[in-house]
Design a protein around this ligand. Structure first.
Ligand SMILES: [Zn+2]
Length: 301
């Protein structure tokens, strides 16, 4: 999995700060998560091929998370895109995009498919043979979901030497990879574990922004490899976090600790602070493995 942070600041785009957007590469998918204003410029800067984006996940309809969407949709049209585009987001997203396009007497020459979300429970929104995506219901001023991206358990790997020694016909290799015991050429049942190795551990990534401290997401994101959790404020502004339904760096770290995640990535910073180190330091009083997202930063995991 490769995560590219296109923007990780709250509120408004500035000369050096972009609002929320990121690209997650997972099993040949290139998922765009949120699409703040200027996202298409960031995509170009980071040489991400527009055509590879087939699914866009929008957490909520605050501008700093989706004002770039109509522009991107429009640019796709100018680039004569033909590939379907799936958009997952809160109910209303279809109306707002459709209205803008209608008033411009414009429409796409590719299929634009909206998957509108209304549930307050975690729901499956995407699945293929390798990857599954669920929503993570969050608590913010408007209806908001995070997204949990998970690789499916892969096939077991053949231990070629062991397979040959066990005298198993190649016709059974598929069954072996799927974990079944099979008979060898002499009719003897062979224990799968003696001739195969476990599949590599499936990776998982949880995106949680925007939200106030919400402990009941912990079971949904338990043991993920990487958790991106918003930390708009530091504890000294905990009152503001509460009022605006955002989180502090310390609260993000508490969620990471309770969920036993591998790495916590902080983001959605308020631009009122000088520098980001204070976010990391505050989070590390609770949870060790903390990384700071920064515009343009790439995480491989
Ligand atoms: Zn928001």
């Amino acid at each position: 999995m490769k995560l590219t942070i296109l923007g990780c600041y709250s509120a408004t785009p500035r000369a050096l700060n972009n609002t929320t957007s990121q690209v997650l590469e997972i099993n040949n998918h290139m998922f765009l998560i949120d699409c703040g204003e200027g996202t298409q410029v960031q995509l170009r800067k980071h040489r991400i091929k527009f055509n590879r984006i087939k699914h866009i996940f929008i957490s909520h309809l605050h501008g700093d998370h989706f004002f770039g969407l109509v522009g991107l949709i429009s640019t796709f049209r100018l680039l004569t895109r033909e590939t379907d585009l799936h958009i997952y987001g809160p109910k209303g997203i279809k109306e707002v995009i459709t209205l803008q396009m209608k008033l411009a007497d414009s429409w796409t020459n590719y299929n634009l498919i909206f998957h509108e979300l209304t549930s307050k429970k975690s729901k499956l929104v995407f699945e293929d043979d390798k990857v599954v995506v669920h929503t993570i219901p969050l608590n913010h001023r408007v209806y908001t979901n995070g997204f949990l991206f998970k690789e499916k358990e892969g096939e077991r790997k053949l231990d070629i030497v062991a397979v040959e020694n066990a005298n198993i016909d190649t016709a059974y290799f598929r069954k072996l990879k799927q974990g079944f015991d099979v008979e060898n050429r002499d009719g003897v049942l062979i224990d799968n574990k003696k001739v195969t190795k476990p599949a590599k551990k499936p990776k998982s990534y949880a995106f949680c922004s925007d939200t106030m401290y919400k402990e009941d997401i912990v079971p949904i994101i338990k043991n993920v490899d990487v958790l991106y959790h918003e930390s708009t404020f530091l504890e000294k502004h905990a009152n503001l976090a509460l009022k605006t339904k955002h989180s502090t760096a310390k609260e993000a770290a508490k969620i990471a600790k309770f969920a036993n995640v591998g790495t916590l990535v902080l983001g959605h910073y308020s631009t009122r602070y000088d520098g980001l180190n204070a976010f990391k330091e505050e989070a590390q009083t609770v949870f060790d493995n903390v990384e700071l997202s920064e515009d343009g930063k790439v995480f491989n995991f």
